[in-house]
Design a protein around this ligand. Sequence first.
Ligand code: TYM
Length: 334
Amino acid sequence: MDNNQAQQKIVLSAMKPSGNLHLGNLIGAGKNWLKMQEDYFCYYAVADLHSITEEILTKDLREYTLDLFCWFMAIGIDPNKSVLFVQSQVPHHAELAWVLNCFTQYGEARRMTQFKDKSLKNPDNINLGLFSYPTLMAADILLYGAHYVPIGKDQKQHLELARTIANRFNNRYSPTFVEPEGIFPKLGAKIFSLSDPHKKMGKSENDPKGVVLLKDDPATVERKFKSAVTDSETEVKYNVAKKPGVSNLLVIYAEVLGLPIKTAEKHFENKSYAELKEGVAKAVIDTLIPLQQKYNSFRANKENLAELLKQGSDKASFTARKMLSKVYRKVGFV
Ligand code: TYM
């Protein structure tokens, strides 16, 4: 890290390679990642350790990990500007997570809504990893002294726990960790499923019609928007409580084109729901095509990919190692 970088604030975020990337990931997190890359020193991780908290096939995890790494680059994360890495290639994450587990109360972890939701969905696999997921996420953030964490709203509670743990550790020993702040998009912090606008668009959910994948071809994108759930009225208006489906479509349109929601609403004034769906589908397709081209070219170059993976894990390990040693010294490991 040079002097210039040392004075910059630090950003960290991560995504789980648990399925194919979708519009919610792009709008809820990816766009902020990209903006922050210009002003901060950023660490972006493929959180593969988090993926095995739910059952996943070996071959799928490998594919999703490399896919995600390439999608990051396709959306514009530059591995020469930011540190782009795979979490399992930096062993300090799992090591710090153990220490943080010992600074987290059972009651605190039990209150996490994601844990409760996933336990209900998968009653046969409520494993300890799923329970301690937030402390691993806290380790990801605290290892790098991140000041800011760009995430969607669904991760807010986890971030708050990371702050609590950092504060507790700092008070028990001496200032060690930065207490990170979450950065949420003003609009689109939660993109909803097209087939059920009360449910978040999610990659591991079994909802093929409601989730628009970044890799979907134009015909598929069109089809998914065409069958999007709206309501029995006819007016295109942004009103999340009364018109969740229509509002979700307007948010997607505004976000992919970088427009205020009012402008999106105005654009579809006096138009039908069919025209709204068509218009949003077209905006999404126009956004996805260039991203897909970039993604395909990164994914095809295996040698370059291997080199970038190594470069990322070396850079991340360099910083992570220093923080972990500090923590180990403070707790008394010889
Ligand atoms: P993950 O992989 O589920 O999602 C990655 C990012 O995308 C956001 N997101 C959404 N935003 C808006 N609408 C949606 N429908 C939607 N779905 C997902 C998420 O909020 C997230 O920002 N635990 C994290 C990964 C993680 C992490 C970290 C994040 C691991 N370690 C450290 C930040 C810092 C997760 O499962 O995200």
